[in-house]
Design a protein around this ligand. Structure first.
Ligand SMILES: [Zn+2]
Length: 288
């Protein structure tokens, strides 16, 4: 079993440039809740992510923090379309910022709809778009895998990465496309950040070892799957057959989510021409 998550303060100044305001939406995959970040050394801050829709504790908290620093928000940046990141935009704009016209930036989805912000418009940005406020330069990096539109932000002044949901503090994350995800982990590793500010969980002060753990964790799973198929290469196998063999120590009620995971690995291995699929059954690709 996973160990208990450490308690995080509702509001914390975590560096000279970064203040973390908890989304007040703890639970499940949200861990201690969504981390929303107020960034900048001056009075005009950039807000990164907004938590879930209509959380009065959060909007009140954000208002109190801004008021007590005599600060305002110049723009909002959203890491990806999931509701616990973008969902709070309407209530934050209506109840805290009292405007619907400030920029709300994110990257475009490849497939599927954006979260509906009603009278608020998105301003869509591309890879390497730069955001600036007092004392801070943030460079957008397209970082898909957790979702098809996922963006991370590299802060030059602190050599820091706002990792969204690609990397979480204290847990592994869910993945929509494993091939992209593994590449995105490598992209963060290549930035050699000194610190990671994740969208859920505590600050990560040892980015390289955390990312390497994420990478090895997935690689080990993949090795087990390839080994299973190698040992039984004359037949094709259903995903659940593979799950039951590999996840022997995992309770049966978690096998469904394990199956999603194994399926992602198989799709990645198919992309790499290592396995093939017939009628929802998988086997090693025969050497041509
Ligand atoms: Zn999230």
């Amino acid at each position: 079993m996973a160990t208990a998550l450490p308690k995080l303060a509702l509001v914390e100044q975590i560096s000279q440039r970064v203040m973390r305001v908890l989304g007040c939406n703890p639970g499940g995959l949200r861990l201690q809740g969504t981390n929303t970040y107020l960034v900048g050394t001056g009075k005009r801050k950039i807000l990164i992510d907004t938590g879930d829709p209509e959380i009065p504790e959060y909007t009140q908290l954000l208002k109190t923090v801004l008021d007590s620093h005599n600060a305002s928000v110049q723009e909002i940046i959203i890491t990806h379309f999931h509701v616990d990141h973008v969902g709070g935009v309407p209530s934050v704009c209506r109840d805290v910022l009292k405007t619907t016209s400030l920029p709300v930036s994110k990257m475009h989805r490849v497939e599927g709809p954006e979260f509906d912000l009603r009278d608020i418009k998105y301003s869509f940005v591309d890879h390497h778009h730069t955001f600036k406020t007092d004392g801070v330069t943030l460079r957008a990096h397209f970082n898909p895998g957790h979702s098809d539109d996922h963006m991370i932000l590299y802060m030059e002044e602190e050599n820091a990465v706002f990792s969204g949901d690609t990397i979480l503090g204290g847990r592994t994350t869910t993945v929509e496309n494993l091939s992209q995800y593994m590449k995105s982990l490598q992209d963060i590793l290549d930035l050699k950040p000194a610190v990671i500010y994740p969208a859920h969980g505590a600050v990560i002060n040892d980015p390289a070892s955390t990312i390497n753990y994420y990478i090895t964790h997935r690689q080990e799973r993949e090795k087990q799957i390839t080994q299973f198929l190698t040992d039984r290469k004359t037949e094709a196998h259903a995903v659940m057959t593979i799950v039951k063999h590999i996840y022997v120590d995992v309770p049966e009620d978690l096998h469904k989510s394990a199956a999603k995971n194994v399926h992602q690995h198989l799709l990645k291995l198919k992309d790499e021409d290592i396995v093939e699929c017939f009628d929802n059954k998988w086997k090693l690709r025969e050497a041509s």
